[in-house]
Design a protein around this ligand. Structure first.
Ligand code: AMP
Ligand code: MG
Length: 489
């Protein structure tokens, strides 16, 4: 089981391993499986600064060994985590089938980050999988998670991608790769489901205490800690899904194992960004019923939170009926809270300061128009901010003009036009990861050309700021072919 260590002082890893001290059944001690000839593809220097890591004293070969898991840093205790999850509504035992958590890195600001290798080989949870990942999907996660971070949306992040020098067999033979994922933790709704399913209250209490200690220590003072964790998670997840709705993000695989207790966006398998506004937008090839369509995301968030509430029942009250009553009441508060926060978000997108009774109908009428007239979600808001990205005839449309007149009247209630523009500019991205640009960059990377990825990442690093000559990154691809994404690749 032993692996050679490397000199940690070179990189400044500062590992702790609190999760590995939890009951044995929560995890398995698993080392990353060594790979043939690792090659560093990309390294996130911005993130490394935040983590206080130092790569300047390491050669690319050293870094490739480090981020492939061929060498493990001193102080690391590598584990795979057990979890379960409702996948498309069906309960399944899962666990890290192709990932290991090598430790929790503590930054100088005393922030704790899980450092996880994804694609690191078989684990006891691999079932029939090969434990590996392909280069394209790992780079895709890197691009999209960093884009989400820069869009000011809570998310796991990506520190590095290495090629393994080995092939993985999918529909085609693809180059293998490992992504280093950084998360405030990997505790999922599915982690609670796995432990709750064993009906061992002591173990449930152990993950519960661990979670509030790590993420929500304020709850330790609560009268009913379990109820307060539920309330907190509802708020966190509402904020998250509203952020997704704000920018047209379709997660694509909102299974309960892909919902993090930290409130971060996690699992970038089949996600993509909506171009033309259509509430029913689905990209994932396996989501035939549209369970995780754009407009269903809030409903599914509530459904997942109800599964989380079920896990907490034994901790809410010794009287099961009473506990169920209390949890149900909290879960039922979801709609009202969501509706209020959604309205606020849409008001911001339209630059409305304060509230009026007309706001709701103005918002809904715009969305209906955008849907009927097949308007681009991102670029329509850019148009309203006077950024003419698409000289689209649609903006001359009579119905749209009539709506715009009503919108202007609403804005004129406020004296200072700069104020609403400022508000709009803070929430409406000028550029998003357009699906065709992401694909184009990934295709080039498959042929060892990383320039397009670097350029794309640079443009996506300031999505709310005007940038020169980026029009091709702002326009949607006009195509009859529906964009499709794939899971587990
Ligand atoms: P995901 O669709 O990424 O949320 O993964 C669902 C489950 O499948 C998780 O338990 C993963 O660890 C597992 N999984 C996905 N791909 C592989 C693979 N290539 N080998 C083993 N397990 C995998
Ligand atoms: Mg997952």
């Amino acid at each position: 089981m032993d692996k050679p260590n490397i000199n940690t002082n070179k990189i400044n890893w500062n590992f702790d391993n609190t999760y590995s001290k939890l009951p044995k059944s929560f995890l398995s001690e698993t080392l990353p499986v060594s790979v043939k000839s690792p090659q560093l593809i990309i390294l996130n220097h911005n993130l490394s600064k935040k983590l206080n890591l130092n790569f300047s004293d390491s050669s690319n070969e050293d870094l490739a060994q480090t981020f492939s898991g061929n060498l493990l840093p001193e102080g690391s205790k590598s584990i795979s985590q057990a979890y379960a999850g409702h996948q498309f509504g069906h309960f399944t035992m899962l666990g890290d089938g192709r990932a290991v958590l090598i430790g929790e890195h503590i930054s100088k600001k005393d922030e704790r980050f899980d450092i996880q290798f994804k694609g690191s080989g078989k684990t006891p949870f691999s079932r029939n999988g090969d434990g590996r990942a392909a280069l394209g999907p790992m780079l895709r996660e890197y691009i999209l998670s960093e884009a989400m971070y820069n869009l000011n949306i809570p998310t796991t992040r990506s520190l590095a991608v290495v090629k393994t020098g080995e092939n993985v067999i999918r529909e085609n033979i693809l180059p293998g790769a490992i992504l280093t994922r950084v998360a405030s933790s990997h505790i999922r709704v599915g982690t609670f489901q796995y432990i709750a399913a064993k009906q061992n209250k002591k173990e449930l209490k152990a993950i519960f205490d661990y979670t509030i200690n790590r993420h929500y220590p304020i709850i330790k003072q609560s009268k009913n800690q379990a109820l307060d964790l539920l309330k907190t998670l509802i708020d966190k997840q509402i904020d998250l899904v509203i952020n997704w709705m704000r920018i047209g993000f379709v997660h694509g695989v909102m299974n309960t194992d892909n919902m993090a207790i930290s409130g971060e966006t996690i699992d970038y398998g089949p996600c993509a960004f909506m171009d033309t506004y259509d509430p029913k937008t689905v990209f994932s090839s396996i989501d035939q019923m549209g369970r995780y369509a754009f407009c269903n995301q809030p409903i599914i968030t509530k459904w997942n939170l109800a599964r989380f509430a079920e896990c907490l029942i034994p901790l809410i009250d010794a009287n099961q009926n009473k506990a169920i009553g209390l949890a149900t009441e909290i879960i039922n508060s979801f709609e009202k809270k969501y509706e209020e926060k959604w309205l606020e978000m849409m008001r911001n997108k339209l630059g409305f300061i304060g509230t009026t009774e007309k706001d709701r109908s103005l918002i809904l009428d715009l969305l209906t128009l955008m849907h009927q007239k097949k308007m681009d979600y991102t670029n329509t808001f850019c148009h309203l901010m006077n950024l003419e990205i698409q000289k689209d005839i649609i903006y001359k449309d009579n119905d749209f003009q009539i709506w715009k007149k009503r919108w202007r009247e609403r804005l004129s209630a406020n004296q200072n036009p700069e104020e609403h523009m400022k508000l709009m500019r803070s929430v409406n991205p000028i550029v998003i990861p357009r699906n065709h640009k992401v694909e184009e960059a990934l295709n080039k990377a498959d042929h060892d050309n990383l320039e397009s990825i670097i350029k794309l990442l640079k443009i996506l690093s300031t999505p709310y700021t005007k940038q020169k000559d980026i029009i091709e990154y702002q326009l949607p691809l006009i195509s009859n072919k529906k964009y499709q994404t794939f899971c587990g690749t």
